[in-house]
Design a protein around this ligand. Structure first.
Ligand SMILES: NC(=O)c1ccc[n+]([C@@H]2O[C@H](COP(=O)([O-])OP(=O)(O)OC[C@H]3O[C@@H](n4cnc5c(N)ncnc54)[C@H](OP(=O)(O)O)[C@@H]3O)[C@@H](O)[C@H]2O)c1
Length: 315
């Protein structure tokens, strides 16, 4: 099968019941919807879950997205995931992510799952393997944060020709998810902890340090675009950021667009690694060639539900 095949590509989406995976499923599905109804769909989407009967799996199904089906499997047993999909050659593309908080053995389990899936994908003839890690700001250098360094270890494995030399990989490095600050997330205690860490614990120079964010919906669109036409992205590492701003800008935009302050909770919980100050937004636009949502556009479109947000500044 060639990389530019116009036949339907079967894509396995890991984490499809979670936040990143669901964004990927939605984006793949909307790419399908944009192709002519007389043509075969661009993608057939296997939404991986350990538990098809769970409420999250069922809520994904209830969206009735065409050409999306739940695919039962567990990252601890990757061979079975490919076997039940039809064996060698049946899965064209894989979107891979792991959440160390849901794996036995924490970050070590995450690394094991990430590597095993890549190895199995190579054995099964996968043509495009997109791994979502995290941006830490210093190429290949360890950060000292276990859930960041685990992702670097998986990235290193993908890049090693000794390990998976025949696997066509692309690595995405998303920055902080805007969705962590969505009102539906912030309404939970865990969500407030995240916002508190950001507001009170992240920055050594809170007035001037810059901070990058990306909307999960944009991560989904990037993944769909890569699967649509992967050749120019193969064997590349792409940082993902939609906005780059200071904390005062982030807070004042939130107040202006949503009409209230970003909710926070007790300060002592706050501690997070200081993020770097490279303007990833510009870098990514140049590399991938399309706009991603700014923080203001995210608040307007995805928190208030307005389709067209101001692109030029606050109204
Ligand atoms: N928060 C941020 O700003 C940020 C930024 C960059 C990167 N990250 C990274 O993003 C990751 C979390 O992504 P997320 O928020 O999308 O995760 P999430 O919403 O917690 O979803 C986790 C998914 O993993 C699946 N899963 C867990 N164990 C599995 C297993 N053994 N086999 C198969 N599937 C399994 C779950 O599916 P089932 O339960 O249905 O099986 C679920 O769909 C973390 O690694 C984090 O470090 C976070």
């Amino acid at each position: 099968m060639s990389l530019s095949s116009s036949e339907t590509k079967t894509i396995l989406v890991v984490g499809a019941t979670g936040r990143q995976g669901r964004a990927v499923v939605r984006a793949l599905s909307s790419f399908n919807a944009s192709s002519a109804s007389s043509e075969p769909p661009m993608f057939r989407i296997l939404a991986l879950t350990r538990t098809p009967s769970s409420s999250l799996s069922q809520s994904l199904l209830s969206l009735s997205l065409p050409h999306v089906q739940l695919h039962q499997g567990n990252l601890d047993f990757p061979a079975a995931i490919f076997e039940s999909a039809g064996g060698f050659g049946a899965i064209w593309g894989v979107f891979s992510m792991q959440n160390n908080r849901q794996v036995k053995g924490g970050v070590e389990g995450e690394v094991r799952q990430g590597k095993q899936l890549a190895k199995e994908a190579e054995r099964r003839g996968v043509k495009c393997f997109v791994y979502s890690g995290v941006y830490v700001g210093r190429e290949g250098a360890k950060s000292g944060v276990p859930q960041f360094d685990s992702k670097l270890e998986i990235e290193k494995y993908l890049k090693s020709s000794d390990e998976v030399g025949n696997l066509p990989w692309i690595i995405l490095e998303p920055v902080y998810f805007m969705d962590n600050l969505h009102p539906s997330t912030i309404s939970t205690f865990e969500g407030k902890l995240l916002s508190t860490m950001l507001v009170k614990g992240t920055f050594s120079h809170p007035q001037t340090d810059r901070f990058q964010l990306v909307a999960l919906s944009d991560l989904g669109r990037v993944v769909a675009k890569i699967f649509q036409s992967p050749s120019s992205y193969l064997h590349r590492t792409l940082p993902l950021a939609g906005d780059d701003l200071t904390l005062p800008d982030l807070l004042s935009t939130h107040r202006t667009v949503l009409g209230h302050d970003l909710p926070t909770t007790f300060g002592p919980f706050a501690s997070l690694v200081k993020l770097c100050m490279v303007d990833l937004r510009t870098m990514f636009k140049r590399e991938v060639g399309f706009e991603m949502k700014t923080w203001e556009e995210f608040l307007r479109r995805e928190c208030l539900g307005h389709e067209g947000g101001s692109k030029t500044g606050l109204e």
